[in-house]
Design a protein around this ligand. Structure first.
Ligand SMILES: [Zn+2]
Length: 285
């Protein structure tokens, strides 16, 4: 077995957290352990999956390689509008001004998928850039309106820099190197530029759900960081946190009566203990 070294804090100490077996609709057949880093509390798959395994998991998760999947719903106007509303809510909750700060302002969505955030920001007047590893998803983005790059961060065109606003929503947890990638992203941001990160947080809900926590999804959720670790990572890379929100109670639509889900979702948001964390930070000048 490989030696554990935390990608986020470099600690070589960890303890077993739980075993995960992919028995979901993804059904990749893979089995993994999550361990908890002794240095920063991050839950990580160990041993780490290979890039080939991650790609297969992502494709099956999206339903690209699965018949009768939910992938097709991404084409529908209703799905897109629901997603747009979620993004607008997050921007509003974090006090992120969607009016561009100047006429040539550029924004970059790292993990843009079908380009939902870019649509909102282009409507507001931003010059919009997006990256995603998925050809299938970016094919559904408005490619004539946004500059879209398919690939990893290291393959970006050299003039994709000096952004006024960078966002990365539900992406960091999928990466083998979230800390290293965040550092590279922040380097693309102008001094004084705004960064929005959103990823699950290991906290009270994660502990209460234990190994049944919905976020412990195996292959596609590789590193799950506590709030304090996310704050430290941003600060260590020269960003100051302006505002944060958390949301998500783990009450699943369809399984939990709607009024109960609504009450618990509002409760965790008000208490700041949701299992997803969105942070607005600003790069130092
Ligand atoms: Zn660590």
């Amino acid at each position: 077995m490989n030696k554990f070294i935390c990608e986020i804090c470099d600690s070589d100490e960890c303890s077993f957290y739980c075993h995960v077996k992919d028995e979901t609709s993804r059904n990749t057949g893979f089995e993994f352990n999550y361990v908890r880093c002794g240095g920063c509390g991050t839950l990580s798959l160990f041993p780490l999956p290979t890039q080939e395994q991650i790609t297969l998991a992502n494709e099956t998760l999206l339903g690209i390689t699965r018949p009768n999947s939910s992938f097709d719903k991404r084409y529908t106007d209703g799905y897109r509008e629901a997603l747009r509303n979620e993004y607008r809510q997050t921007f509003s909750d974090l006090g992120i001004e969607i009016t561009p700060p100047h006429p040539e302002a550029k924004c970059f969505d790292f993990g843009c998928a079908i380009g939902t955030s870019l649509d909102i920001l282009a409507d507001a007047g931003w010059e919009t850039y997006g990256l995603d590893v998925s050809k299938q998803l970016t094919a559904l983005a408005n490619q004539s309106r946004h500059k879209i790059h398919v690939g990893e961060i290291d393959t970006l065109p050299s003039d994709w820099t000096g952004f006024d606003f960078i966002l990365t929503i539900e992406v960091l947890e999928h990466l083998l190197e979230p800390a290293n990638t965040l550092k590279k992203l922040i380097a693309l941001l102008k001094p004084g530029g705004v960064l929005l990160t959103e990823t699950p947080q290991v906290g009270m809900l994660a502990e209460l759900y234990g190994e049944k926590w919905r976020v412990l999804a195996g292959l596609d959720h590789i590193h799950l960081m506590p709030q304090s670790t996310q704050f430290k990572l941003l600060a260590d890379n020269g960003c100051s946190i302006e505002r944060w929100i958390s949301f998500g109670s783990g009450c699943t639509s369809g399984l939990t009566p709607r009024h109960i889900k609504k009450a618990f979702d509002q409760l965790v948001k008000k208490q700041g203990i949701g299992d997803f964390l969105a942070i607005k930070s600003v790069k130092s000048k």
